[in-house]
Design a protein around this ligand. Structure first.
Ligand code: HEC
Ligand code: HEC
Length: 238
């Protein structure tokens, strides 16, 4: 009992020390969460960004890439601290003269309103650090390549991938669930019924796993496309 209370007191003291008075170490700020609550009202955060007709501000990815490209640094290691400093200054004191935005975009969006009072300098620092790391050109190129690979897949396989079918089913090999090529021998109507309603215990060797029901989660038209791919797109001889 005594030790429990002792432990409790220690943890209270630690919390006070961390969050208490200024001068004490700052609590960790979650840059990603702050970006979402403080900046997403105007900036689109997707990578790659979807662009909207009447967007209020450039997408955050565009901002990050732009600032990284145009910022002058003496050595690559200066880039991140300078990026963070620019954010800390610009978000609280926006100014057309400081902006890396081209004149045309600046005119169409209008200058960013100062966020003073809505976000603290320390919070902007945490946001900037996250933005610098997250909107990374190499990560973006990788994403684009993955997207291109996905776009090149047959429509039915895209639907299967997006809905997680292939985490349980192999296309040609049995995994946690029977292979699609083995399932494909059944009639389209039978297959469709199972996809809509789920199933359990029908396949030998998979009794402990459940096939979830997808009714309402995938449109019937998409299920038909999926089945067509399963039966004609997997290029296996039956
Ligand atoms: C009310 C809308 C609004 C909000 C909220 C907002 N911004 Fe902006 N922001 C803009 C607009 C508009 C621009 C483009 C014009 C400009 O550069 O001033 C912009 C541009 C920027 C730039 C680019 C400056 C440059 O020179 O390219 C940065 C950096 C930026 N915003 C960071 C942030 C961060 C971080 C937050 C959240 C703390 C935030 N913004 C919240 C509207 C907003
Ligand atoms: C959580 C794992 C899991 C996921 C995700 C999953 N399945 Fe299944 N699926 C199974 C299992 C296990 C079975 C075998 C069920 C049985 O034995 O009754 C199965 C069986 C099937 C069958 C054949 C049933 C029969 O009786 O012949 C079809 C068709 C099927 N799944 C399609 C799909 C499709 C399409 C998706 C994605 C939309 C999907 N599954 C997602 C686990 C899964």
């Amino acid at each position: 009992m005594k030790t429990k209370i002792g432990k409790y007191l220690v943890s209270v003291l630690v919390v006070v020390a961390v969050t208490g008075c200024s001068g004490a170490p700052q609590p960790h700020l979650d840059g990603e969460a702050l970006l979402k609550t403080k900046c997403a009202g105007c900036h689109n955060l997707d990578m790659p960004p979807k662009t909207y007709k009447d967007e209020k501000a450039p997408p955050m990815m565009a901002v990050a890439f732009h600032v990284k490209d145009f910022m002058k640094v003496d050595s690559p290691s200066d880039k991140k601290p300078k990026f963070i400093d620019f954010f800390k200054d610009y978000v609280l004191h926006p100014d057309a003269k400081k902006s890396f935005c081209d004149k045309e975009s600046l005119a169409s969006y209008g200058l960013m309103p100062s966020q003073e009072g809505k976000v603290t300098k320390a919070e902007v620092g945490a946001i900037a650090e996250y933005v610098f790391d997250h909107y990374d050109q190499n990560a973006f190129m990788k994403l684009m390549k993955e997207q291109a690979r996905f776009d090149a897949l047959p429509k039915g396989e895209q639907i299967a991938t997006k809905n997680g079918c292939l985490t349980c089913h192999g296309k040609t090999k049995r995994k946690a669930a029977p292979a699609f090529t083995a399932i494909a021998k059944k009639s389209p109507a039978e297959i469709k019924k199972v996809i809509l309603n789920g199933s359990k215990g029908r396949w030998k060797g998979f009794e402990r796993m459940t096939m979830p029901a997808f009714k309402g989660r995938i449109s019937e038209a998409r299920i038909d496309t999926l089945i067509d791919w399963m039966q004609h797109g997997l290029h296996v001889s039956h």
